[in-house]
Design a protein around this ligand. Structure first.
Ligand code: AMP
Ligand code: MG
Length: 404
């Protein structure tokens, strides 16, 4: 059966970036840059002062530590004249250096009296000067295409005057639940019914990565209902279904998708939970058929769907690398099948300590709610003792993690 890494590779192979659009920089945080950006000018554009102080020529200090002050340079103004030999100018942080000046002495290391500045000690030549282009040189690549725009990137783009920028389009992903037992939240829960929680969980998971969920509702366990809603789902950039992909007689999702002309790339993966997952394609659109069990739905989304959707939205980095953690308890496992464990994490001496978050049966959602991470145990792994080093994905709650 297909290994987890191979399934992920196959999925990524069949997903590529959607188109791009131009948006205002002020709305761009969390989006992905669609074209590389080169610097239109040097940053900083001029040599300028890193401190409030006095601009001077270092060689003028060979015989004296006292110079007459011949001018005042606030930030935001280009000096009208160069620095005359044997003089200093008062200068504010960020103000361009006058021609001739090469060193700045901060206020704290100088005394100003009767139109002269006296230094308490001889400065180092070039001190407290921010050199032109020391940050970025004109023409240099500053942000490659496919970069997630965080506050630092937004600031860099703004400092180059880019107020409208090209970003990849958000993926619009249809979400379809299937099953006669499902009711929407708020509807009467008669005996035997359960709430369609997967649609909400998947919509949230999509929103968390900047995609737009389109909720299609519930396909009932009939051909007609599946046909109508799957057809609608195939109009989005991608489609995620939950449940109805095992081998039960009411499991119609694959059958109807194939009937609608979709091509099956794989069905069933060697992982627990998540084994019945299928991946298909129709006219270049990926179709992720996830198991119905809420834990399996979310784990397969996290590990197999998320990288694909990140790729569709132009991200260069789509796979979260494993980090390592140290098991705090023995874990039993039979070799033969890959497994994801829901785990709690804490940090000691800068390392992750890993404990299971409780019952690992697929039906137990509570232990996913309390999980900080997922441990991946490959098929060949068997029982593991406490102290074993394991591969780990963080589930985005690092800020809440406890220091031990
Ligand atoms: P199935 O693949 O149809 O056999 O469903 C597997 C399990 O997942 C069953 O226990 C379903 O009741 C449950 N399940 C299916 N769909 C959902 C859903 N949308 N929300 C919550 N649980 C579901
Ligand atoms: Mg079902």
């Amino acid at each position: 059966m297909l290994r987890f890494e191979d399934a992920r590779r196959l999925i990524l192979h069949h997903c590529s970036p959607l188109g791009s659009e131009r948006i205002s920089l002020s709305a761009a945080c969390g989006r992905v840059l669609a074209d590389e950006v080169h610097a239109p000018w040097d940053l900083p554009r001029w040599n300028n002062s890193a401190m409030d102080g006095f601009a001077l020529r270092h060689e003028d200090l060979s015989a004296t530590l006292s110079l007459p002050i011949e001018g005042y340079l606030p930030a935001g103004v280009l000096p009208g004249a160069g620095l005359a030999p044997g003089t200093a100018m008062k200068i504010m942080t960020g103000a361009p250096l006058p021609i001739g000046a090469d060193t700045v002495v901060p206020m704290e290391e100088a005394r100003e009296e009767a139109g002269r500045v006296s230094l308490t000690k001889r400065p180092v030549s070039g001190a407290h000067v921010r050199r032109q282009a020391e940050d970025v040189r004109a023409g240099e690549l500053v942000i490659p295409a496919g970069t997630l725009l965080r506050p630092a990137e937004i600031g860099m783009l703004a400092s180059f005057g880019k107020v409208v920028i090209p970003v990849f389009r958000r993926a619009r992903i249809a979400v379809l639940s299937t099953g006669d037992e499902l009711v929407e939240p708020g509807e009467p829960l008669s005996d035997g019914r359960i709430v369609n929680s997967n649609a909400f969980a998947l919509a949230a998971a999509l929103q968390e990565i900047g995609a737009e969920p389109i909720l299609l509702g519930i396909a009932r366990d009939t051909r007609e209902s599946h046909l109508a809603l799957l057809r609608e789902g195939l109009r989005a950039d991608g489609l995620i279904t939950s449940a109805g992909i095992s081998t039960g007689d009411r499991d119609l999702v694959r059958e109807i998708l194939l009937e609608l002309g979709a091509e099956e790339i794989f069905w069933k993966i060697d992982i627990k939970p998540g084994r019945p997952m299928a991946f298909l394609r129709a006219e270049n659109r990926p179709i992720f058929c996830l198991p119905g069990n809420p834990v399996a739905t979310l784990i397969t989304f996290e590990e197999l769907v998320k990288p694909a959707i990140l790729r569709m939205m132009g991200h260069r980095r789509v796979i979260q690398p494993f980090v390592q953690g140290i098991l705090q308890e023995a874990v039993r496992k039979k070799p033969g099948r890959g497994q994801f464990l829901r785990v709690r994490l804490s940090v000691r001496d800068g390392r992750f300590l890993v404990s299971t978050s409780g019952d690992q049966q697929t039906g137990i959602l509570r232990t996913l709610v309390s999980a900080d991470g997922l441990v991946y145990l490959p098929p060949e792994a068997g029982d593991l003792p406490a102290g074993a080093v394991v591969d780990l994905h963080l589930l985005g709650r690092q800020a809440e993690m406890r220091e031990e």
